[in-house]
Design a protein around this ligand. Structure first.
Ligand code: NAD
Length: 507
């Protein structure tokens, strides 16, 4: 075991530069930890459910004022937020590394996604279009208009600790909504820093941005529940495990609120006989081992055609033990730590089940990179004959199950045969195979790719589509409509009052 440099002074220096008041970093009940060293970085005060309720009421008041600000002007606030993020990119990314354990390039990539969605939302603020529809009645005009919705609740997971907020907040803000954010209890510091950057943007924007427009609620599940239960929150965007979605979804449905649920993924890729194996190796390695397997879109199941199985899997078996695992702050490291002990134990339990089901395991052991409270692992490769129950379960760790196939139809059926389909890929140079995979008969996931891995989506497309929930839709495309209310307006500019077809009503 080596001794890593302490994360505490670095974290406090970053928080100070990012505008977080040092006084709030001590004295509370929520320990903010670094998975890099296992140290406690801060002790934060958690919001009580009563405080959460009061903050949501204040956010509703902010929405009532914000909805009157013209949408392109609202876009200006998001443009300023993008500027603040650009200026603070390196610092915020370093804090993501310390608190979520991502390697430096992935931390930077996460903040870049925030900047990209701000740019996207600025353009969108001038394009919140509705249709004009031909009316069946004479001298009438019918149109649809999109109106602000209200307070948008955002509940986020630890593994994209800031990007997920920005996908929701940038759109919600230009749509005229207020935002209340309950970040993961495992990553509260990056949320405080992001909120401080928002405050800088709002101060530059001026008094048109009401106080309470963007609110942060630090705390655990009970605070998330307060957000889910509050009648003045018409939309909750919740990202996390399917277990969380199962609790949140029915509660929102019971009060007819909208749910945007982005949940787990048990993502697969198919390696066909014609695949470019060099490109495939890089695609598979990044998707399976990047972010230590802690992406919702991480590759977890691989179906390799029998004609290339030995050649391709042989190369994977060489790559796996050689991937650099270590301090994510260090240059050249590709795999950082798991988030915590529970994640490590879940991984070991999954490997035990895989062995019991006949799986042949390479890797998976603990790597002694730091002290006892930091959990680093060698990524695991498991050759297995069929999809045992453990293969069909999302284990949030770097485990790749590899299976052999003979017929593409069987591989597609097997890849679709899990509850949590989110993302998927095929590696092939055969046009017919590629088109079949992305057709209606092919992958049933929200994301289906050809010759790139399942992870690393762009913000321009609609992200998500975890099929158990019917598929949430976040970020690009027409996702903005979820954050607005559609009204159909009919205007009669004539002198008669035609009623619905065949109806008479003389008074
Ligand atoms: P988690 O489900 O443990 O927690 C996610 C968030 O939900 C946290 O903020 C938590 O406090 C909150 N929460 C939990 N139970 C709640 C409840 N009953 N009511 C209200 N809030 C509640 O998830 P995690 O361990 O932080 O993240 C990993 C999971 O997230 C994985 O399953 C991963 O696939 C998924 N994920 C999905 C996406 C996506 O876009 N599909 C993105 C990132 C992560």
């Amino acid at each position: 075991m080596t001794t890593l440099p302490s994360a505490i002074p670095q974290a406090h220096a970053l928080l100070s530069r990012l505008g977080v008041d040092a006084a709030i970093l001590d004295g509370g009940t929520l320990a903010a930890c670094s998975p890099v060293t296992g140290e406690v970085l801060a002790q934060l005060v958690e919001a009580t459910p009563e405080q959460a309720t009061a903050a949501i009421d204040a956010a509703h008041d902010a929405y009532l004022a914000w909805r009157k600000v013209p949408a392109p002007r609202r876009g200006e606030l998001v443009r300023l937020l993008g500027e603040e993020l650009r200026a603070a990119k390196a610092d915020l990314a370093d804090l993501v590394t310390l608190e979520a354990g991502k390697v430096v390039s992935e931390g930077l990539g996460e903040v870049q996604e925030m900047i990209d969605i701000c740019d996207y939302a600025v353009g969108l603020s001038r394009q919140l279009f509705g249709l004009t529809i031909a009316s069946e009645r004479p001298d009438h005009r019918m149109m649809e208009t999109w109106r602000p919705l209200g307070v948008v609740g955002v509940i986020s997971a630890f593994n994209f600790p800031v990007a997920v907020w920005s996908w929701n907040a940038a759109l919600a803000l230009v749509c005229g909504d207020a935002v209340v954010w309950k970040p993961s209890e495992k990553t509260p510091l990056v949320a405080l820093a992001t909120q401080a950057l928002f405050a800088r943007a709002a101060a530059r924007f001026g008094p048109d941005a009401p106080s309470g427009l963007s609110t942060l609620l630090i705390g655990g599940r009970d605070v998330g529940e307060a957000l889910v239960d509050h009648p003045k929150v018409p939309l909750v965007s919740a990202t996390g495990s399917t277990a969380m979605g199962r609790q949140v979804g029915p509660k929102l449905a019971a009060r007819f609120a909208r749910a945007l649920l982005e949940l787990g993924g048990n993502n697969a890729a198919i390696v066909a006989p014609s695949a470019d194996l060099d490109l495939t190796l890089r695609g598979v390695a990044f998707a399976a081992m990047g972010t230590a397997g802690q992406r919702c879109t991480s590759l977890r199941r691989l179906f390799v055609h029998e004609s290339v199985y030995d050649a391709f899997v042989g190369r994977l078996k060489i790559a796996y033990p050689n991937v650099p695992v270590g301090d994510p702050r260090a240059a050249g490291v590709l795999v950082g730590p798991l988030i915590d002990k529970a994640a490590y134990e879940a991984m070991q339990s999954a490997l035990t089940h895989a062995r019991a089901a006949g799986g042949r395991v390479v890797g998976g052991e603990r790597a002694r990179v730091a002290g006892p409270d930091a959990y680093y692992v060698a990524p695991a490769l498991v050759e297995i004959d069929a999809q045992a129950p453990i293969v069909r379960h999302e284990t949030f760790a770097p485990i790749l199950y590899v299976m052999k196939y003979a017929e593409l139809a069987d591989a597609i059926a097997a890849q679709n045969d899990v509850a949590q389909g989110l993302s998927s890929s095929i590696f092939t140079l055969d046009l017919r195979e590629a088109e079949l995979f992305v057709s209606g008969e092919g992958s049933d996931c929200g994301i289906a790719n050809v010759n790139i891995g399942p992870s690393g989506a762009e913000i321009g497309g609609a992200f998500g589509g975890e099929k158990e929930t019917g598929g949430g839709r976040e970020a690009g495309s027409d996702s903005w409509k979820t954050y607005m209310r559609r009204a159909t307006n009919t205007v009669n500019y004539g002198t008669t009052l035609p009623l619905a077809q065949g109806v008479t009503f003389d008074v």
